[in-house]
Every structure is written in structure tokens, then in C-alpha cells.
Design a protein around this ligand. Structure first.
Ligand code: COM
Length: 519
């Protein structure tokens, strides 16, 4: 379907995407400038966050791009199955948690978890997700001037050629951006109906789970597990590593970890660390999970719902076969800091090149490839970044942990709330948006925060927060830490009181000190 000279409204896009998803429209959706005879600077194979932002940047630099995606929309798995539903579920988890803790007080009614249906929320998401899809198609075409072919898979022929729906397109460069998928552990029964990952949860859940076992201890395990538990579905996490101590997460402060994991247990979740799943049991459908516990004993948990929180593997084999691009032992495509693969003219970006599987990395990888393709030598180092996850809280962190700081610096000052020596149930701080009511009803639920300074240079080394409303601040704190912000400069900032992370006011209380001490 040639859409080049048609401006579709949001409703028309939504309808078109729906018809393509249901198979009513199987032809490619094309926005290709056939009158333009100049060669493409790059073809982006995959139109997720990396492919879309890379395309936008390349366009902005005056280049010509084409982006191809098998789905009938741009934006990739984020708005379809991953970040957007996860944020919806995490917001629901927070709400349900709030309703439960406050049940039968003030204006709150009894909390009835029969009405907190996981399946209903999945259906709500599915009914609404084509709206963001429509917007991304519209924005990419009407505002960003991108050329694209959607609803059609690209087959890579060689380093300059892809084939889409029988048509060949050539470019100076290829940018590979097809992402990663869940990677089920190799245990018997893992293929049984009733075993889900974040994608099949959205596409295939057709009953209300009554009991959940999560295999794996990734971020996804904590996030989805917190949602299932909050919805009244008793959840057990079975993780080989201690939670938040998996190799894909770095700079997790031990006090923050303790607050988070204790909080999950406080909400009734079972967390089995050091445990190995042996088998998913079932008879045409999941009925249980058999596992070996940390003490070596075996246990079977009866369940009708198993969820995978074990990490992802890339979709790289077609590129290895067609181009011989170098990959690591897990199949992630190896790139240098300019996103160049081992094959000249071929770049790879996003989840396809490995951790962190984060939005900022995907988008900036795309931008990095675009800059280099357009002749600007540009490197992207994503070894350090602000990080977050959801439980029924936002958990955010950036920079060094207290233990890391003490290893690297002689003299460290720690500012934290509650202060060391005061229990969280003794003090209704920190509190702000989202935790004011808890401050007056259940002080131990108001959250936790910590900032770490190098006393000698007075520089901020790390910040850690569990609560609500501080995530935005961490994007800027990351930047300020890189710029070397000091406790004195933190104290100079103007807070919007009562601010969720409190770092400004607490830093100001110490900024006057000649020799920095803890607070
Ligand atoms: C975000 C998708 S949901 S994209 O990064 O805007 O393409």
C-alpha cells in the first residue's frame, strides 16, 4: 500500500495498523520516495527505538534513510509488548498496593483482589496500544520525513542490499536493529502452555492466573512479580542469584537492595535465592515447578502460571548467515564505540549488541550510527548510566554504591534518610508525592534514599532512591555527576519543596562544613 502522498489521521492510522495486525492487510505499508534518485545513506533493518531515532538523526543531518519493520508500526517492542505495558502494570501495582495498605481506612474501601484482574489489565493495554503505534507512524512520516516500509520483513542480501517483499533496495550502509527476545532456560516442560514471557503475556494470556512462579531474577522478574503479587496472585521468584545482584545490574547499593527486597517480602512475595528450577510440571498445561533450593533440598510449587524473568538473546543469526558479522558467545553482535560491526559499512545497535537493554542506549546507538554514517566520527560509551526498576515503588540509582565508594576513596561522607541508626518504622521520612499518606499511617513504607560524597573533592559520587517521583531527577543527576557536581553546588540548587528525593536540602545541611561528615 503506497502511503507516500496520503496524510492519514491518527484514527486512520490506528485502523490501518489494526487491520494489518489481524491479517486483513498483508501487503507492505510503504512511505518510499520513488521520485528521489539519490542513493540511501543507510537502510535500518528494524524500526524499534534504535532504528527510529537513528533514522530521525540521519534525516536531520541531511541524509537519506529507509527503515524497514516486520510490524505495521515503528517503535518496536517498547510500545507493543515491553516498556509501555510494563509501566502500565507497575502503575497499577502501585495503586493496588496503596489501596491494600490503606484498605478500610479514611475513604478507602475493602480491597477486593478478585477485581484486580491481571487479564483485564492486559486486555486494556491491548485495546489501547495502537494509539501510540499510530502516533509513531504519523510523526515519523509527517514530522520527521522518514522513509519506511512496514508490515514486511527485510532480508539482508549483502552489506549494501536488502530485499523487502520481492523488491531490492541498496544503500551505502546497513544498520542492523532487530532487537532481542526472551530466552527460556533449558529445562523440561518449559514449552508447556501456561509458561509466559513479557511478550506472550500480552499476546496469549487467556485466563486469570491464580498462582505464579517466576523463573529468573532479572529486572523483569521483580517488576512483573510485584504486579502479579499486588493483583492478588501469590508469586514466588526462583532466582539463582540474589535479587538485584545479577550480572546485568551494576551499582546496586546494599541498603537500597535490602529495602527493596524486604519490601517485596513484606507484601507477601516468596523470594527463593540460590534456587534452581529443575522442571516445569504439567499435563497439557502447567501445574507446578520443581526446583532445588539453596540448601540442596527439592521442592515443588503448585502453580497455573509460570513467568520467565531470565534475560534475552539477540535475533542475530540471519546477519551471521548473510554477512558473517562477528558475534559473542550468546549471539550478540560485536560493535566498536561507533557501532561498527566487523563488516565494513554494517552497523548494529540496540538490544542486538547486548546489555544494557535500555531505551537510552537503543536510541543513542541509533544516533551514533547515524552520525558516523554522515561523516562525523562519534563514539558512544554506555558503560555508566542512571538505572531504575519498579517494584510497587520506583527504584532509581546512579553512580557508585557506598561500598564501591569506600573502596575507591579514602574519605567518604554518606547522607541518607532514614539516617543510619534510625529504623524505617521510627521515622516518616523520606516522604513526598505518593508517600505523604504513608508518612502518617505506615512510616516504614515511605522509602529510602542515600547520597555519597567524596569528602576530599566534595564531589557527588552516587545517589540511590526508593520511593516515588524521583526518576526524572536521576536523569539530570547522572549528567551533574559526570560534570563533577559538589555538595556545595547541590546546596546552591533551588528545591521545589517537598521534593521527592530531598538531596538538595540534605546536601545544603552539610555544604557549610569544612570537613564533610555523614548525615
Ligand atoms: C518508544 C519508541 S515507546 S521510540 O523510541 O519512540 O521509537
Amino acid at each position: 500500500m503506497d502511503l507516500r502522498n496520503t496524510v492519514l489521521s491518527m484514527d486512520e492510522w490506528t485502523e490501518l495498523i489494526h487491520r494489518a495486525e489481524t491479517g486483513e492487510i498483508s501487503e507492505p505499508l510503504e512511505n518510499v520516495d520513488h521520485d528521489n534518485t539519490s542513493p540511501y545513506d543507510a537502510i535500518f533493518v528494524g524500526g524499534g527505538a534504535g532504528g527510529r531515532f537513528g533514522s530521525a538523526y540521519l534525516q536531520a543531518r541531511g541524509g537519506r534513510q529507509l527503515v524497514v519493520d516486520k510490524w505495521p508500526f515503528l517503535g518496536g517492542s517498547c510500545p507493543h509488548q515491553a516498556c509501555v505495558p510494563h509501566h502500565l502494570f507497575s502503575e497499577a501495582a502501585r495503586e493496588m498496593d496503596y489501596m491494600r495498605w490503606n484498605a478500610d481506612t479514611l475513604w478507602f474501601g475493602e480491597f477486593d483482589d478478585k477485581r484486580a484482574s491481571i487479564r483485564d489489565l492486559v486486555e486494556l493495554f491491548k485495546a489501547g496500544r495502537n494509539n501510540p503505534h499510530a502516533f509513531m507512524n504519523w510523526q515519523s512520516k509527517e514530522q520527521l520525513g522518514m522513509e519506511y516500509i512496514l508490515n514486511a520483513e527485510a532480508t539482508v542480501i549483502d552489506a549494501h542490499t536488502v530485499e523487502v517483499a520481492g523488491q531490492r533496495y541498496t544503500a551505502r550502509n546497513l544498520v542492523l536493529a532487530t532487537g532481542a527476545r526472551s530466552y527460556p532456560p533449558d529445562i523440561p516442560g518449559i514449552e508447556l502452555p501456561g509458561v509466559y514471557d513479557f511478550a506472550t503475556l500480552i499476546e496469549e494470556l487467556d485466563y486469570e492466573p491464580s498462582r505464579c512462579v517466576i523463573i529468573g531474577g532479572s529486572k523483569i522478574a521483580l517488576e512483573y512479580g510485584s504486579f502479579f503479587q499486588a493483583a492478588g496472585c501469590q508469586t514466588t521468584i526462583v532466582s539463582r542469584s540474589p535479587l538485584m545482584r545479577t550480572h546485568s545490574l551494576h551499582h546496586v547499593d546494599e541498603d537500597l537492595r535490602t529495602y527493596v527486597v524486604d519490601g517485596m517480602r513484606k507484601r507477601g512475595m516468596d523470594i527463593l535465592e540460590g534456587a534452581h528450577p529443575i522442571e516445569v510440571i504439567g499435563n497439557g498445561k502447567v501445574t507446578g515447578v520443581r526446583m532445588r533450593l539453596a540448601d540442596g533440598t527439592e521442592q515443588t510449587i503448585d502453580t497455573d502460571f509460570v513467568f520467565l524473568g531470565t534475560g534475552e538473546r539477540p535475533h542475530s543469526q540471519p546477519f551471521v548467515d548473510a554477512l558473517g558479522v562477528q558475534v559473542d558467545d550468546k549471539g550478540f553482535i560485536q560493535v566498536d564505540s561507533r557501532m561498527r560491526t566487523s563488516v565494513p559499512g554494517v552497523y548494529a545497535i540496540g538490544d542486538l549488541i547486548g546489555a544494557p537493554m535500555e531505551m537510552f542506549k537503543a536510541r543513542k546507538c541509533g544516533m551514533t550510527a547515524a552520525r558516523n554514517i554522515m561523516g562525523e566520527p562519534y563514539e558512544f560509551d554506555f558503560s555508566e548510566y542512571p538505572d531504575f526498576l519498579h517494584t510497587t515503588y520506583e527504584v532509581t540509582w546512579v553512580g557508585l554504591t557506598e561500598a564501591e565508594a569506600r573502596q575507591r576513596y579514602d574519605d567518604v561522607a554518606v547522607i541518607q534518610m532514614p539516617p543510619k541508626g534510625i529504623r524505617d518504622d521510627e521515622l516518616a521520612l523520606p516522604c513526598s508525592e505518593g508517600s505523604m499518606l504513608y508518612a502518617f499511617t505506615r512510616p516504614e513504607l515511605t522509602g529510602f534514599q542515600k547520597a555519597i560524597y567524596d569528602s576530599k573533592t566534595r564531589r557527588l559520587l552516587g545517589a540511590h532512591h526508593v520511593g516515588f517521583g524521583a526518576k526524572d531527577a536521576f536523569q539530570y543527576l547522572d549528567h551533574l555527576i559526570r560534570k563533577g557536581i559538589t555538595v556545595d553546588e547541590m546546596g546552591e540548587m533551588n528545591e521545589l519543596f517537598i521534593n521527592p528525593d530531598h538531596f538538595i536540602q540534605l546536601s545544603r545541611l552539610r555544604a557549610g562544613q569544612h570537613n564533610l561528615t555523614d548525615l
